[in-house]
Design a protein around this ligand. Sequence first.
Ligand code: BES
Ligand code: ZN
Ligand code: ZN
Length: 512
Amino acid sequence: MMTKISAADISHKRLKTQLLVVPVTAGELKSKKSRRKRGADDNAAISFAELDAKAAKEIKKLLRSQDFKGKDLEVLRLSTLGSLGAAWVLLVGWKDKADSLFEELSHYRSFGALLFEHARKVKAATLHLSSQNLKLSDERHLAALLEGLMLSQYSFRKYKSASDDDKFTLRELVVLTKKRLSEPVIREVTTLCEATALARDLVNTPARDCTPAFLVRRCREIARRGRLRIKVFDSAALKKLRANALLAVAQASDEPPYLIRVSYMPRRRSKTRVALVGKGVTFDSGGLSIKPAGSMETMKCDMSGAAAVIAAMQAISALKPAVEVHAYIPSVENMVSGHATRPGDIVMAMSGKTIEILNTDAEGRLILADALTLAEKDGCKRIIDIATLTGACVVALGAEYAGLFSDSKTLAKKIETSGELCGERFWHMPLAKEYKGLIKSSIADIKNRASSGPGAITAALFLKEFISKGTEWAHLDIAGTAFSDADKGHIKRGGVGFGVRTLARVVLGYQN
Ligand code: BES
Ligand code: ZN
Ligand code: ZN
């Protein structure tokens, strides 16, 4: 359940709340008068100056005794001991200068996360927020703050026996302002954050439970609730389609493979058919090219691309963009057995190209190859794939940037700007044709790993072999950004849900 967001113009006298949060600048603390920066909401119902005047003695005294300078997101929580309508006042240091829009929105997101953290500390089911110094009339800033507030509430409890302190929920955030808050923004952010939580749940669910069949069941539920079309290709259907690259990865596992297609049709017929393709390896042991134990520990996350696509479809079914969207989720488990694909085996992919599988751990590109071919066959002229594809991408970009590969400057820009709004950064990498030689095979059309060189790029070049000339295509390598080893503000340890909001926003930006 997501927090209800509302706006209210409550005077200081009538305010009754457990927790009142006031963002204050260092300047305001120093001077008597509150000086507000341009662009900030001048319609705050309750300002620091007012608070200062009403409870001047108490707050001044407390401020003097504490070392609170109003620095960036510095916090001071004060118990008012009944002298104010709020049991607690939380002053948050506010700096409104940032180096870039991304930084500024990140700041709002962190602030949102901080609000939830303190509401939990004092068990305030309702929180009142003074809008002074905040630019909440700007939709982007409002969205970022709400994202921080909603995403930081996520926790994965499915496998934990319940304990009391888990029970806290922040029911409502009341923004104290004379203006309105944009309802469509609140609705959109809530939908996108619910979808992000779904993606996180899917990624966090261990591979023992999160199997390809499990993903099929989740997709069926989402399709039913959101009135989406769904078609599931099982092994027999995949054999008929000659999806041999996908089947080669699945053949050592006892879990049957699936290729799931979920389709959204807009009310008015659209000429634009967008495909979202997500890597759904529910566990990547590496196959016979087996991974070392340490690298295998988090490999339940290898379906993060699929999770992002599935969750984006849930959001899309609610937010109803103007274009057709088809999601393709190739899902397999990459295991070892007497039936395993051997390094050196050659398969013919659905497209007709032959692939020499030299490393069974480079399996993502194999299942994606067949899914991309199916998307092409279905007439999708715009394709975005998303995958935890290469360790090389983690080396290149770390956990803060995902790799973006595309020959289309327009599509790359769309992805970058959509990402910028939701705190997801992409770095445009080169699809340099000079490296194509690295995946040339001497006995097949192509091989699935390069012997040396830039691994994230050669993986992207491999995928490009399955894209035809007229298609606008982008590949997103989220190997470094999909899974977090620690809590960081609105990001929680485990599945990040990376890509859900960016993908949904890209699609929402398309005109019919
Ligand atoms: N699933 C991995 C990539 C990965 C690494 C995801 C780290 C998340 C975190 C992928 O299937 C893989 O193993 N790729 C190999 C490719 C190589 C054998 C050409 C890699 O990156 O080492
Ligand atoms: Zn692998
Ligand atoms: Zn993998």
